[in-house]
Design a protein around this ligand. Structure first.
Ligand code: ARG
Length: 566
C-alpha cells in the first residue's frame, strides 16, 4: 500500500530540507475527520527553524506543491492538516484485501524471544499464568505477523528446593494420595504436609535438602520421581493450553539451566563483584539504585531463581541471538527482573543483548471479591474457569439462537474468546476485574462483540450470494463517511501492530478491533447493503468482506477464533 505518512513527510522534506525519516515520526492522525487525514505539528520544527509554529505552517503550505494523493492542505494554528484523496485510499486498501491482507516485513531479520506462561510444576496454574499465557501468546503472533523471527519459551518452574521436599513427602506418604487422578491438587497436599513435618522435625528437613542435592547430582531414584511429577503436571497444564490453543517452541524450564549455572558464577566471580554476605554469594546493586542485593548462591550452596535466569540470558543470547527478549509476568516480579537485568550487564555479553531485555509486566486479576491467589485460599482452577466460560457461553447461545448447529464448538470459541479478550482489553499494567456478565456481554466491548460483528459480515455475504470480485467493485460507491471511516481503520492495521510491538501492549489491537466493529455497525445501520443497484451492493458487500477479513485476522492474532455463526 502507498505509505501516506511517508509521502507527506517527503513533501515537507523537499521544502524544508529536514530529513524525511525525522519528519515522518512527527505526523499525527487527527481525532476529528474535518481536521484532515494527517496532521503535522509545526512546533516540532520551531527550534530548528527559529520561527513560530504558525509561521512555519504558513510557509510550508505556500511552498508545497499539492499533488496526488494529497488533495488539500489547511493551516490550523501551528498545524498543517493534510487531506488524502479518498478514492486513492479506498483503492489501495481494497486492492490489498484482494491480494491477501496484512503481510508485513517490518521485522525481517530480527529475532525476538518471548518467555511466557511459565507455570510451576506441582503447583496450580493460576490466573496470573493465564494472563502471561494470553498476553505472551498475542505478542508472539503479532511479532510473527510483522515478519520477526520469534521464539516462544515456556520457562517452566521445574527446579528448586521445593522438589527436595516433594520427593521426601512422596517417599513417606505417596501411597496415600492418588496423584494420577488429580496431580496438582494431591501434590499440593503433600507439599503442605511435608512443610509442616519439616517444622516439627529437623531430620526431615535435612532429608529434603539432601534429596534436592541428589536430584542435582542425577540420583536415578530422585530423578525418576521428579520426572513423574513433571509429566503429570504438564499433562494438567496441557488441558489449559489445549483450550487456549497455546503453543511453544521451547519448553526449557529452570532445570535445563542446572548445568549452565557454574559458568555464570565463574564469570561473576571474575568481575570481583560477587561478594560473600552471611554465607551467601551476592551482588550488591546499591550503586545502581536497587537497594536489595541479588542473591546468586544461598548459604547452603544452592542456586537461586535469579541465577537460573542469568544462565538463561547467556544461553538465549548465544542460541537465539535475540534483538529483544521479553519476560511476561505480573508486576510482583518487577524487582527480580530489575536485579537480573542489572547483573546481566556483568556477564560480558554484547550490549545489544542487555539492552534488549524487557520485563513486560501486567496487573493482578481481581474477583469482585478480591485478589485471586494461590495462598489466600481464594483459588480458582484455571481449567474449571475456562470450562465455566464455555458453559456460560453455551447458555447464552442456547437462548439467543436455539436452532444453531454445532453449539458446543461455537460455545467453546465464544467462551474462550471472551476470557482471552478480557485479558487483553485493558492496558496490561492495570489490575483487571474478572466479572462474568461483563466479559460475556455480546453488546459490550468484548470478545463476543467482535465475533458477533464478524458473524454479521458473513451473513451479509451469504445473503448477497457471494463475494464480488475486486474488479467489479466501483470504488466511488464507497466514499461516504461510514465507508471511509472503515477504510481508514483498515489502512492503519499495520501501524496498529507496530504500535503493539513498540509498547508490547496487545490492548492496542483489542481497542482497534472494537473501533472497527463499531465502525462496521454504523456503516451497517446507515447504509443499505443488499440493494437493487448492483454496483452499490457489490461495493458494500466487498467492504463487508474486507471488514470480516481484518476482524478475523486481528482476533486470531490475539488468540481468538471466529465462529461462522452464533
Ligand atoms: N515460574 C515463574 C512463576 O510462576 C515465572 C517465570 C517467568 N520467567 C522467567 N524467566 N523468570 O512465577
Amino acid at each position: 500500500m502507498l505509505n501516506f505518512k511517508k509521502i507527506i513527510a517527503e513533501a515537507i522534506s523537499k521544502v524544508t530540507n529536514i530529513k524525511c525519516e525525522e519528519l515522518e515520526t512527527y505526523i499525527e492522525i487527527p481525532k476529528e475527520a474535518n481536521n484532515g487525514d494527517y496532521a503535522f505539528p509545526c512546533f516540532r520544527l520551531a527550534k530548528e527553524l527559529r520561527k513560530a509554529p504558525q509561521m512555519i505552517a504558513v510557509e510550508i503550505k505556500e511552498k508545497i506543491e499539492i499533488t496526488e494523493p494529497i488533495t488539500k492542505i489547511d493551516v490550523v494554528g501551528g498545524y498543517l492538516n493534510f487531506f488524502i484523496n479518498k478514492e486513492t485510499l479506498a483503492k489501495e486498501v481494497l486492492e490489498e484485501v484482494s491480494t491477501g491482507f496484512g503481510k508485513s516485513e517490518i521485522g525481517k531479520g530480527k529475532n525476538i524471544v518471548i518467555d511466557y506462561s511459565s507455570p510451576n510444576i506441582a503447583k496450580p496454574f493460576h490466573i496470573g499464568h493465564l494472563r502471561s499465557t494470553v498476553i505472551g501468546g498475542a505478542l508472539y503472533n503479532i511479532y510473527k505477523q510483522l515478519g520477526y523471527n520469534v521464539t516462544g519459551i515456556n520457562h517452566l518452574g521445574d527446579y528448586g528446593t521445593q522438589f527436595g521436599k516433594l520427593i521426601e513427602g512422596y517417599k513417606l506418604w505417596g501411597n496415600e494420595y492418588d496423584i494420577e487422578k488429580d496431580p496438582i491438587e494431591e501434590l499440593t497436599k503433600i507439599y503442605i504436609r511435608i512443610n509442616e513435618a519439616c517444622k516439627q522435625d529437623e531430620q526431615i528437613l535435612e532429608n529434603c535438602r539432601n534429596n534436592f542435592k541428589k536430584l542435582e547430582d542425577g540420583d536415578p531414584y530422585c530423578l525418576e520421581i521428579w520426572e513423574r511429577f513433571k509429566d503429570l503436571s504438564l499433562k494438567e497444564f496441557q488441558k489449559v493450553y489445549d483450550l487456549l490453543g497455546s503453543k511453544f517452541d521451547s519448553w526449557n524450564g529452570e532445570a535445563f539451566y542446572s548445568d549452565k549455572m557454574p559458568e555464570v558464577i565463574q564469570i561473576l566471580e571474575k568481575t570481583g563483584k560477587l561478594v560473600e554476605s552471611e554465607g551467601a554469594k551476592i551482588i550488591d546493586l546499591e550503586d545502581k539504585g536497587i537497594s536489595t542485593p541479588c542473591i546468586i548462591e544461598k548459604s547452603n550452596g544452592s542456586t537461586t531463581y535469579a541465577t537460573r535466569d542469568l544462565a538463561a540470558i547467556l544461553y538465549r543470547a548465544r542460541t537465539y541471538d535475540f534483538d529483544k527478549a521479553l519476560y511476561l509476568t505480573s508486576y510482583e516480579q518487577t524487582l527480580h527482573f530489575k536485579q537480573v537485568f542489572e547483573v546481566a550487564k556483568l556477564l560480558g555479553i554484547d550490549e545489544k543483548y542487555t539492552n534488549g531485555l524487557e520485563h513486560v509486566s501486567f496487573g493482578m486479576v481481581l474477583l469482585p471479591t478480591g485478589k485471586m491467589s494461590t495462598r489466600g485460599g481464594n483459588v480458582i482452577k484455571l481449567n474449571d474457569l475456562l470450562n465455566e466460560a464455555i458453559s456460560r457461553a453455551k447458555q447464552i447461545i442456547e437462548q439467543k439462537n436455539p436452532d444453531l448447529e454445532n453449539k458446543d464448538e461455537i460455545a467453546k470459541k465464544v467462551g474462550i474468546g471472551a476470557v482471552i479478550f478480557n485479558d487483553l482489553s485493558n492496558g496490561r499494567v492495570k489490575d483487571e476485574i474478572f466479572d462474568w456478565d461483563t466479559i460475556l456481554n455480546f453488546q459490550g466491548e468484548t470478545g463476543p462483540y467482535i465475533q458477533y460483528t464478524y458473524v454479521r459480515t458473513q451473513s451479509v455475504i451469504n445473503k448477497a450470494g457471494s463475494i464480488p470480485s475486486f474488479e467489479n467493485v466501483e470504488i466511488n460507491q464507497l466514499l461516504d463517511e461510514y465507508s471511509i471511516r472503515i477504510l481508514k481503520l483498515i489502512y492503519s492495521f499495520e501501524d496498529v501492530l507496530k504500535q503493539v510491538t513498540d509498547n508490547n501492549e496487545p490492548s492496542i489491537l483489542s481497542r482497534y478491533l472494537i473501533d472497527l466493529a463499531k465502525a462496521y455497525s454504523n456503516f451497517y445501520n446507515e447504509n443499505k447493503i443488499i440493494s437493487d443497484d448492483k454496483n452499490v451492493q457489490n461495493a458494500r458487500v466487498y467492504l463487508t468482506y474486507a471488514v470480516g477479513e481484518v476482524l478475523k485476522l486481528g482476533a486470531n492474532l490475539l488468540g481468538i477464533e471466529m465462529p461462522d455463526k452464533m
